[in-house]
Design a protein around this ligand. Structure first.
Ligand code: F6P
Length: 255
């Protein structure tokens, strides 16, 4: 805490909390665009918060991405963690296997000595298979667990970076550009005002479900994500937002 005070990070945290309307903000030093250890620091901050807040028998839903993978990397067992259930927040949305929500949920559970349930749905999903899948009892059962999660842990990305990383069809990329998509989270794409401009069709958490969760934690850093983060929080709700110094400074500059 003393080091943070010295580095001015506490001031950034207070300003971010007011600017983004989040319950609490945690800022770690550095810029995760350039240095990987910074992501790991955000991961550690997330794990210490979970340690102090998670209660037994809670369900934790996680999204994919390299930042969530860093949270999984930092995961350790803690009181109650062996009685927690880890689930992916949504079905596959085009990530490499190591960065998929399923992989991350399983890894978190392994390190926390907790339990996990996975969701296997093809990606992308056509409208008809989507409807069929929803009616599959095994899928529906896990879907209920996911949508009723107590804790939701998620990343935030830059819209076009994410669309390209997911090898999204050119036609959709053109639509995202035309609609000025700026940010992405949970497979939803948002414009500068925070309106949803596109949604990846998959099973799992819906944006509305965030209001039901006891605790929503967003983790995203790097100067390159500043606009995306600001866009997401126009509508996005978080009890805790964990970021790095470079993103925090850039977000506050753009106020
Ligand atoms: O694809 C899953 C996801 O959580 C996206 O919703 C988010 O935009 C992205 O990953 C963040 O990825 P990274 O942490 O690698 O920047």
């Amino acid at each position: 805490a003393f080091m943070k005070e010295m580095m001015g990070l506490t001031v950034l945290e207070e300003q971010l909390k007011d600017t983004l309307h989040v319950g609490k903000a945690i800022v770690v030093p550095g810029n995760s665009d350039n240095e990987n250890w910074v992501k790991l620091e955000m991961g550690k901050a997330c794990v210490s918060f979970l340690k102090s807040t998670i209660m037994k028998n809670q369900t934790v839903a996680v999204t994919g991405g390299t930042t969530m993978a860093a949270v999984a990397h930092a995961m350790v067992p803690f009181t109650a963690s062996n009685q927690c259930l880890f689930v992916p927040a949504r079905g596959g949305i085009g990530e490499k296997v190591e960065n998929q929500a399923n992989t991350i949920a399983a890894e978190m559970a392994r390190k926390a000595n907790g339990d996990y349930r996975l969701l296997y749905v093809p990606d992308p999903l056509s409208e008809t298979s989507y409807q069929t899948m929803l009616n599959e009892p095994a899928i529906n059962e896990i879907l209920q667990l996911i949508r009723g999660s107590d804790v939701v842990l998620h990343g935030i990305g830059d819209a076009l970076t994410m669309a390209k990383r997911r090898k999204t069809a050119n036609e959709i990329i053109r639509q995202l550009v035309a609609k000025d998509a700026v940010s992405e989270a949970f497979g939803y794409y948002f414009n500068k005002a925070g309106d949803v401009v596109h949604k990846v069709r998959t099973i799992g958490i819906q944006l509305e479900d965030l209001h039901e969760a006891k605790s929503v934690i967003a983790v995203a850093g790097g100067r390159s994500k500043a606009l995306a983060i600001t866009s997401y929080f126009q509508q996005g709700k978080s009890d805790l937002f964990i970021t790095d110094e470079a993103a925090a400074e850039q977000i506050l500059r753009g106020r």
